[in-house]
Ligand binder design. Structure first.
Ligand SMILES: [Zn+2]
Length: 84
C-alpha cells in the first residue's frame, strides 16, 4: 500500500483490513438531482399512532397522559384538566 498515508496505512499494515473497508464508498457515476429526489419520494414520516384512553375513551397517543381527562392508564391521575 504505497498510496496510503497516516492512520489508514497503519491500519492496513497492522490488522490487514481490506482497502475497500477503509476507503469507503467510491461512486463511479454522479447521481443526478432528479434520480436522488425520485429515490427520496418514498421517505416520509410515519403516521402518529393513536389509542383509546382507558378512562374517557378519547383518542390519545399510546403510553402518554390523556390530554382530555389527565389520566395515565385507568387509575393514575397525573394532570388536572381545565374545562371551559
Ligand atoms: Zn382520557
Amino acid at each position: 500500500m504505497l498510496t496510503q498515508t497516516g492512520k489508514s496505512a497503519i491500519l492496513i499494515e497492522l490488522i490487514s483490513i481490506p482497502e475497500e473497508v477503509i476507503m469507503g464508498a467510491c461512486p463511479k457515476n454522479r447521481i443526478s438531482k432528479l434520480r436522488g429526489r425520485k429515490r427520496r419520494t418514498h421517505y416520509k414520516a410515519a403516521p402518529v399512532a393513536l389509542a383509546k384512553c382507558a378512562q374517557c375513551f378519547e383518542s390519545k397517543r399510546p403510553h402518554h397522559v390523556c390530554p382530555a381527562c389527565g389520566y395515565y392508564g385507568k387509575k393514575v391521575k397525573v394532570l388536572d384538566v381545565e374545562k371551559d
